[in-house]
Write a protein that binds this ligand. Structure first.
Ligand SMILES: Cc1ncc(COP(=O)(O)O)c(C=O)c1O
Length: 445
């Protein structure tokens, strides 16, 4: 019997998932192509490992168990899995072809569409992955300013210039490592202290989970302007979620360059760099940014349909309303249970559930909640990544599940025995440091 979206008696049968996993051992290093989907983020022995189908906000694993998903492909699924209008656009394009020998009209049409909704999109270029465009933006900024250093805040992808700031930096030359440093969100002093006359660009996620305070983004923009440094927004998560035109529209702070991917094509691989015409013009010749699949038509057709749906249905408004119900609901349940050590926070379209280390090991507490939510038919990674298909029924059911699961956490914490309640191995830390690392030493004044 498969588990469904209900108070199941048993944990899901994951035999097929486990068989596939065994086959991948020694064959696929790290097992996964996307860290957040891989085994380190899921309770081993309990969580399913492979998904084979999705429809709307629901997914089915390799053993046929059904879940409400709150991960949404780690960002791309903004409308819902197998969303009819997008799938129809893909199928229609498929009849004519995928990749061609000359440019495709969709490149023009999609650029015009993006230019009409993204405030800074005087010019537009496409690629495939998020780090394609963050890396292109950094190179462009270096070429434009004739400077070399980069300051960043957030996660920006696997390429040398960024990942060199983390401890997973093997294979990157020291000279590259010396060129990128970080600053802290909502801490303008940490930016000012790191800036110098060789700073080509500041790249940041306009927000992750922490709320923007004291006009931080506007301040960042002013500091950049004064220093002749370009400002780049990495809108991978904020784009098409917080507002149709992204965080730059939401906050009214227009960066020189901006990078989008994830939600733009509801699951098809596409990324975009938008920006000032005088800067982007360098792509004409001096800055080389070309790739075989950059103009691939299925993804562009999907993006045309996705953006249209987002616009006409005010999807960001919907995500905010549904996300708020989950956030407030979670916090209400936690308060009623007297377990203030866990809370849900963040902008409504994407919230995070955290556990206070004062109450125990946060990763173990997260694992316990994950384990129990999975038993209730919810694929839960500690986030509510909202999509347009998360129905009122999904939300109501999820809150009921929390009402059933959080008392288990409370009991386990009170007994100081979370690990005892865990049926599998705990999850590992999320690879996403966003503050207090790789900061440049303070300037001597
Ligand atoms: C904010 C941000 N920037 C850049 C990236 C890199 O995108 P990709 O994994 O598509 O290369 C990610 C990926 O999760 C991201 O979250």
């Amino acid at each position: 019997m498969h588990n469904g979206i209900k108070f199941n008696k048993n944990f899901p049968d994951i035999t097929e998932s486990n068989k596939l996993f065994e086959r991948s051992k020694g064959l696929i290093p790290a097992y996964t192509q996307t860290l957040a989907k891989g085994p380190t983020q899921w309770v081993k022995g309990i969580a399913p490992k492979y998904l084979i189908k999705g429809k709307g906000s629901h997914v089915w694993d390799a053993d046929g168990n059904e879940y409400i998903d709150y991960n949404m492909g780690i960002g791309p699924i903004v409308l819902g899995y197998c969303y009819d209008k997008v799938d129809e656009a893909i199928r229609n394009q498929l009849k004519d072809g995928i990749t061609f020998s000359l440019m495709h009209p969709l490149e023009v049409e999609l650029s015009e569409k993006i230019s009409s909704i993204v405030p800074n999109a005087e010019s537009v270029r496409f690629s495939k992955t998020g780090c394609d465009v963050t890396t292109a933006a950094v190179r462009l900024a270096r070429a434009f300013t004739k400077r070399e250093k980069v300051l960043c805040c957030g996660y920006h992808g696997w390429h040398d210039w960024y990942i060199s700031v983390t401890d997973r930096n093997a294979g990157i030359p020291e000279v590259i490592k010396d060129l990128t440093h970080t600053f802290n969100y909502n801490d303008i002093e940490s930016l000012i202290q790191s800036m110098d006359t060789d700073t080509a660009c500041v790249i940041l996620e306009p927000f992750v989970f922490e709320e923007e305070k004291n006009n931080f983004l506007k301040e960042v923009q002013e500091v950049c302007k004064k220093n002749g440094t370009l400002l780049i927004f990495d809108e991978m998560w904020t784009g098409f979620r917080i507002a149709v035109g992204g965080a730059q529209q939401y906050f009214g702070v227009i960066p020189d360059l901006a990078c989008y991917s994830k939600a733009i094509a509801n699951g098809m691989p596409l990324s975009v760099i938008t920006g000032r015409e005088d800067v982007m013009r360098l792509f004409d010749r001096d800055v080389f940014f070309f790739t075989t699949f950059g103009g691939e038509a299925l993804s562009m057709a999907a993006a045309m349909a996705t953006i249209e749906e987002i616009k006409i249905n005010n999807v960001p408004g919907y995500l905010s309303v549904q996300g708020e119900k989950l956030k407030e609901g979670y916090n209400r349940i936690a308060v009623e249970l007297g377990i203030g050590f866990t809370k849900c926070s963040g902008y409504n379209c994407r919230t995070i559930i955290t556990f206070d280390a004062a109450a125990g090991n946060p990763l173990e507490m997260k694992s316990l909640v994950q384990q129990e939510m999975i038993k209730h038919g919810i694929l839960w990674g500690g986030f509510h990544n909202m999509c347009y298909s998360h129905s009122d029924g999904d939300i109501e059911y999820t809150l009921k599940a929390y009402e059933d699961v959080l008392p288990v956490l409370k009991k386990a914490v009170e007994e100081n025995a979370v690990i005892k309640y865990l049926k599998g191995e705990a999850v590992e830390p999320v690879f996403r440091k966003t503050s207090n690392f790789n900061l440049k030493p303070k300037k001597v004044s």
